[in-house]
Design a binder for this molecule. Sequence first.
Ligand SMILES: Nc1ncnc2c1ncn2[C@@H]1O[C@H](COP(=O)(O)OP(=O)(O)OP(=O)(O)O)[C@@H](O)[C@H]1O
Length: 209
Amino acid sequence: MNMSLSVQNISCLRAGRAIFENLSFDLKKGDCLVLRGPNGSGKTTLLKTLAGILPSATGEIHCDPAQISYAGHLDAIKAQLTVRENLTFWAGIYDAGNLDRVLSEFDLTTLADRYGQTLSAGQRRRLGLARMILTECQIWLLDEPTNSLDAEHAAIFAKAVNKHCSNGGVAVLSSHIDLHIPNTQTLDLSDFAPTGATETDPFLQGGFS
Ligand SMILES: Nc1ncnc2c1ncn2[C@@H]1O[C@H](COP(=O)(O)OP(=O)(O)OP(=O)(O)O)[C@@H](O)[C@H]1O
């Protein structure tokens, strides 16, 4: 099973505007990469590109797409299903059987029968992260994963990422704060900003991508 993620000279556009250029990195089993950079520097764009949701304008990405699990800003929770039913749905998709362990790991056991629509922002985020862990994919892509989490649950999350990487998994995550995950590498997206780029409103330029 290939658990590496190799990125060579990728450049990405949003609405026709270059966001970052010539970005390369190689991650192997056990590596955790934290994406830094100011608002708009392209952290979400990069994560979505790695996940195959957005195309890159140049360069190559080498990984096994079946090993990728992406957790974006939206937590992919079905409002009309309970916490357990949400996870059961995903367990069926990924043929995963560790549902009770994941519920317990993310402190969701007492919330198991609550409907998605009744959860607080932090509880929703915990369910979204539990879903990602349930998939048993080896490459985790996480966009600001600790948003809405209190200190206790941010620490539980950091422990889960550390365990994933210690077991040979790979993680790429964006964050504006220090998540206290040991042995991480850092990549600052502002180092790959196109030369001479200025922040202008893409909506005035027309188009979405
Ligand atoms: N759907 C879109 N259409 C056009 N431009 C977009 C779109 N989404 C994002 N952008 C632009 O792309 C650039 C990179 O955005 P992105 O969300 O990747 O940044 P980010 O580093 O994740 O920011 P933040 O720290 O605020 O989450 C920004 O200038 C943003 O305005």
